[in-house]
Design a binder for this molecule. Structure first.
Ligand SMILES: *Cc1c(COP(=O)(O)O)cnc(C)c1O
Length: 400
């Protein structure tokens, strides 16, 4: 089918997209409307943790949609209870609220923290509501989530911002300490900053944050929308640093490709009262049934170990590639990794890799001097090698 048959301009313009229309996906592969295949290292932006259209998701969708699609959030349903059980039994959290997107889960986290800060006032008897977040962080695209984010320019695009978000520097505990006031209620961070270019918070920094928040009786919130659900080789990235946060948000991988997100809190922090929080699709059984299937796959014996092993392999091979082509090294955790290019050739690499024949390679360059790799967690070693070979070809073609 020819591309011109699609009236793409009927879709509201939001970003520049290549002139491709994807029609099929299978594991690490996508097929466009001309039949060309692409090895996909975006996977829906670290969403498709089990690859494109895995059987377990297909089966869960079919089975649950035959059974019950929507009893309304006024009533309990089976899959949401089962998923909440799986998530709490495998984390330090006790209570779950399901949402539809990472930004919405983060909105819930801000609300929960502010509610808690109203119940735990400062010495002057005032509500605490300030949340310290980090420069270059990404927390989503609602107005409050954009206000929490530290992305350049986001403070002015849709001004005025939601007040109460202060920005510190990642891995600099003194910069955090400086911002604490008697209004501070929480500190929130991504354990690995994703959109910023895969920048891990160090273990020491995570531990120092936990100590600091305990000392000042403020909450520690981890935004694990990108790092959660096995991406880093642990079920949740906070587990890499041996600390227990108070609140966590999940998105992306939790639905394996369908819209599902979650807000989790420890029991004593879960202070919402009737009417404080809700949403038409919260805990929708079709989406949470998929969540159950995904979580079970990730928790199967040996699965997370295989993510760690492949993460280590990819790391080693990216270092070799970096040395071979005179690039600037790599960083990351598990299967969330970045190749540092040392110069602004990321966008050129992305275009050239996509245009390779007979099949293309889909890569992401969140910053012009960097490539980010977000394969499915069940990617094979052969598919990693295939990507590395194609990338090396592209680098050579670009004279690197
Ligand atoms: C993608 C992302 C979000 C936003 O999730 P949406 O589902 O796009 O709203 C929030 N935080 C982090 C860390 C993310 O990577």
């Amino acid at each position: 089918m020819e591309f011109s048959q699609y009236d793409v301009n009927k879709l509201m313009y939001i970003t520049n997209r290549p002139p491709l229309v994807f029609v099929e996906g299978d594991g690490m592969w996508l097929t466009d409307n001309n039949g060309k295949r692409y090895l996909d290292y975006l996977q829906g932006w670290a969403v498709n943790c089990l690859g494109h259209s895995p059987a377990c998701i297909h089966d869960a969708l079919v089975a649950q949609s035959k059974k019950l699609i929507n009893p309304s959030p006024a009533f309990y349903n089976e899959p949401s209870i089962e998923l909440a059980k799986l998530l709490t039994e495998n984390s330090c959290f006790d209570r779950v609220f399901f949402a539809n997107s990472g930004a919405e889960a983060n909105e819930g986290a801000f609300k929960l923290a502010r509610k808690w800060g109203k119940l735990h006032k400062n010495a002057a008897g005032e509500n605490r509501y300030e949340i310290i977040t980090f420069d270059h962080s990404f927390h989503g695209r609602t107005i409050a989530a954009m206000s929490a984010s530290g992305k350049a320019g986001w403070d002015t695009i849709f001004a005025p911002q939601v007040p109460g978000f202060l920005k510190a520097d990642l891995n600099d505990i003194a910069s955090v300490e400086k911002l604490i006031t008697d209004k501070t209620v929480a500190i929130m961070l991504e354990p690995v900053q994703g959109e910023a270019g895969v920048i891990p918070a160090t273990r020491e920094f995570m531990q120092a944050l936990r100590a600091l928040t305990k000392k000042h009786n403020i909450l520690l919130i981890v935004d694990e929308v990108q790092t959660g659900m096995g991406r880093t080789g642990e079920m949740f990235a906070y587990q890499l640093s041996g600390i227990e946060p108070d609140i966590m948000t999940l998105g992306k991988g939790i639905g394996g490709g369908v819209p599902l997100a979650a807000l989790l809190a420890r029991e004593e922090i879960a202070v919402f009262e009737a009417g404080d929080q809700g949403g038409t699709y919260n805990g929708n059984p079709v989406m949470t049934a998929v969540g159950v299937a995904v979580a079970k796959a990730l928790l199967a014996p040996g699965f997370l170990q295989s993510v760690q092993d492949k993460g280590n392999y990819l790391s080693q091979e990216l270092i070799k590639l970096s040395n071979k082509h005179g690039l600037a090294g790599e960083r990351g955790e598990g299967l969330l990794r970045a190749l540092k290019l040392g110069k602004d050739i990321g966008p050129q690499i992305v275009d050239k890799a996509r245009d390779l024949e007979p099949f293309g390679l889909l890569l992401n360059s969140p910053r012009p001097d960097l490539l980010r790799f977000m394969p499915s967690l069940n990617v094979t070693k052969e598919e990693l090698d295939q990507m590395l070979t194609l990338l090396s070809v592209v680098l050579t073609e670009l004279g690197q």
